[in-house]
Design a protein around this ligand. Structure first.
Ligand code: SF4
Length: 408
């Protein structure tokens, strides 16, 4: 199964002002406010160019499944009739050539029934960003007046759940950025008990060796605090004992420890794939038709996100052979030297590459969260041993050589 994931930046402006947003990493608050009033919204011309570009890619690169995620900024700032027209153009232009799936990543504030009807019409599964109960979420997820957003987001979640419960929308998931100042148990309980969320993703923040020290100075947090958060979150999930609740990160680690093989399509979590060598780079398409690989690398080597290619001046094949994609492939191929003898390598592979970066050594570092990840792996391994789900410690296996690792 060859999958292409497309991050489609339909609206490159936002109605809120989260303090950690990577998309505006180099942008001052006043610049963000200017951007807010000059909405950068994708046009139907760009969508038509995208259809041709992708159709050509599907044929040449033998893509079986295409997942298009509407992204921003905030994608629900688009006019609804334009959104409808955009989706129908994509469906009409692509669905005969490839299996097509849609998702949308939204802050949830603008969700109301008319939007949900459109999600239902195009089978779009929403991911809604929320970091926990109001007292935590509203520390960083604030609007341009400095007001917290929790209450407005929860209203959007409740409406979405009505559609999920009546079968008109397949699923709803939440995406949360971890802040180790929060109580993981309170965060989990808020999602599971109060909001009845079934699919949760928790992301470690995009810090790296250059940026973590300032975060540490500002918050007093160290890496072990993130390890404690992850372990407490895992315990809360296990003790809740509800199989219908999925936390992507934990499911993947457990599967890998029990001998499964997980291939992550987006390199955004600490568990990296045992790459099957056949994966395609994530394609990010901006509102004006420029393209680049995965834009989370904005916080690292700026060359990866140089946007000199557009839908109209290049082909999908040229994109996959571009310098930026070559750099990314190189990063993924080269396990960090310091990780080569790590007994967790098979499940960790150096962590998410955005977290490995330093301006001094590039990506040849273990994840900045290495010790936190090791705490989590050990914790999960102990749990699996106690419960008899594995018979021997995973970490006691002889460290893999790079050659053996690549062959698995
Ligand atoms: S050394 Fe750290 S980052 Fe590298 S594979 Fe091991 S746990 Fe992961």
């Amino acid at each position: 199964m060859r999958l292409l994931e497309v991050i489609l930046k339909t609206v490159e402006t936002c109605n809120i002002n989260c303090s950690y947003c990577y998309f505006y990493v180099d942008t001052s608050v006043s610049e963000r406010q200017i951007t807010k009033f000059n909405k950068k919204i994708i046009s139907i011309d760009v969508i038509e160019q995208l259809v041709l570009f992708l159709r050509n890619g599907v044929k040449k690169m033998k893509i079986d499944l295409m997942r298009i995620v509407f992204h921003g900024g905030e994608p629900l700032l688009q006019n609804k009739s334009d959104f409808d027209h955009m989706c129908s153009t994509l469906v009409n232009g692509l669905s005969e050539h490839v299996n097509l799936e849609f998702g949308i990543q939204t802050n949830g504030i603008c969700i109301h029934y008319a939007w949900l009807e459109l999600f239902s019409k195009y089978n779009i599964s929403p991911g809604i960003s929320l970091d926990g109960p109001a007292k935590y979420n509203d520390m960083q997820r604030i609007d341009f007046s400095g007001r917290g957003t929790h209450e407005r987001v929860v209203k959007g979640i409740r409406k979405t759940q009505e559609f999920v419960n009546s079968g008109r929308i397949k699923r709803l998931s939440t995406i949360s950025v971890i802040d180790a100042r929060y109580s993981a148990k309170e965060v989990f309980d808020h999602f599971a008990r109060e909001l009845e969320i079934k699919g949760m993703s928790f992301l470690l923040p995009d810090y790296n060796y250059d940026t973590f020290p300032a975060h540490q100075e500002q918050t007093g947090l160290n890496i072990e605090d993130y390890g404690n958060f992850l372990c407490e979150l895992f315990e809360s999930w296990i003790n809740y004992d509800d199989d219908s609740i999925d936390i992507v990160l934990f499911r993947q680690i457990v599967m890998l420890m029990m001998g499964g093989k997980t291939v992550l399509m987006a390199d955004t979590g600490p568990v990296s794939s045992c790459d099957d060598g056949d994966s395609l780079p994530i394609l990010t398409v901006y509102h004006d038709g420029r393209i680049s690989p995965d834009d989370t690398y904005l916080t690292t080597d700026k060359n990866i996100n140089s946007k000199n290619k557009t839908l109209s001046n290049s082909t999908f094949e040229e994109f996959t052979e571009s310098d930026q994609v070559k750099i990314l492939k190189e990063i993924r191929r080269n396990t960090p030297t310091a990780c080569l003898n790590c007994s967790w390598l098979k499940i960790c592979n150096g962590g998410a590459s955005v977290n490995r970066y330093s301006s001094e050594r590039g990506f040849d570092n273990p994840s900045i969260y290495c010790s936190a990840l090791q705490m989590l792996y050990k914790h999960i391994e102990n749990k699996l041993l106690i419960d008899g789900m594995i018979s021997a410690p995973f970490s006691a296996e002889a460290p893999l050589s790079l050659e053996t690792y690549e062959a698995t």
